[in-house]
Design a protein around this ligand. Structure first.
Ligand code: NAD
Length: 276
């Protein structure tokens, strides 16, 4: 649901210590919103807390693993007791895993799905009841990816997790229709953050493919601030789909025109970049 005026609203962000989450905390704070910033560990959140507070708003920081259901339930209880229900719930925490399907162990599938999919599910499951009970316009923002409609090779588990998040957003939006809670699906393209360092198959590291992909992200990727500003605008206007960063919009429309062309393009660019 559109929240045009963010001053004094409470915005909760997971994965806020780095990249898109960190930039979003600062972008919402610049609009006058108070921030609840969480990530795996507290230390990297401390400098963010200082930067947010310097903008004249409050910043609660909390260490929580989004894949841990009990910890997320306890986090929701803590936020409810100290602050109340968040006005904006931004389920942003995520990891990547790079490597061809048959070169990768199945344990990494569990890890990626636990964080990228179940992390979003845990956030929604434990915070939405509080948000509904509190009433008033509120917004859920879940990060999927351009990989949720135009995945690249060497990202099987990541793409599966992001397709799942996009589907989850669609269902949630229908189930919350008629309430004052809206659902935004954010699909970033190539964003220059630390995400490519989250995990890769040994073969991908030894062959230099990972390094080539990382070089590509540095060269072609935009700053996470671009996504952060688009997320803020989406919350202010109640937008349901955010296509943001290089290639996100282009590939979205290309898929609607020709799936065959999209297949050829993504395959040939993976070969050209050198990570396939
Ligand atoms: P990032 O690595 O810079 O930040 C991700 C943050 O999530 C880190 O601070 C990390 O500690 C945290 N995190 C990881 N696992 C966690 C867990 N189990 N519990 C809590 N926090 C955890 O990466 P980013 O690029 O800013 O990624 C943010 C989101 O954007 C992710 O969901 C990612 O999949 C998505 N995304 C990124 C890109 C891109 O090109 N960077 C593109 C599309 C989608």
């Amino acid at each position: 649901m559109a929240i045009p005026q963010l001053r004094n609203k409470q915005v909760l962000i997971t994965g806020a210590a780095s990249g898109i989450g960190r930039a979003s905390a600062l972008a919402f704070a610049r609009e006058g919103a108070h921030i609840i910033a969480s990530d795996l560990r507290l230390e990297p959140l401390e400098s963010l807390q200082q930067e947010v507070q310097a903008l004249g708003v409050n910043c609660l920081i909390h260490a929580v693993d989004v894949s841990d259901e009990a910890a997320m339930q306890a986090f929701a209880a803590l936020v409810h007791a100290q602050i109340g229900a968040p006005d904006v719930l931004f389920n942003n925490a995520g990891i990547a895993y790079l490597g061809k399907f048959l070169d990768s162990g199945l344990e990494q599938w569990q890890r990626v799905l636990r964080v990228n999919l179940m992390g979003v599910v845990h956030g929604c499951y434990h915070f939405i009841p509080l948000m509904l009970a509190a009433g008033g316009p509120r917004q859920i923002v879940n990060v999927s990816s351009t990989a949720s409609y135009a995945p690249s090779p060497s990202m099987a588990s990541y793409a599966a997790s992001k397709f799942a998040v996009a589907g989850f957003c669609d269902v949630l939006r229908m189930e919350l229709d008629g309430t004052l809670i809206g659902v935004t699906d954010v699909c970033p393209g190539v964003i220059n953050t630390a995400i490519t360092a989250s995990g890769a198959a040994p073969s991908m590291q030894q062959s230099g493919q990972l390094q080539r992909l990382q070089d590509y992200y540095i060269k072609e990727g935009c700053l996470p601030e671009v996504v952060a500003n688009d997320v803020v605008r989406a919350v202010q206007t109640g937008k349901t789909l955010v296509l943001t960063g290089p290639y996100s919009r282009l590939l979205y429309h290309l898929k609607r025109i020709s799936r065959r062309l999209l297949f050829k393009l993504t395959l040939s660019s993976a070969t050209k970049i050198g990570y396939l």
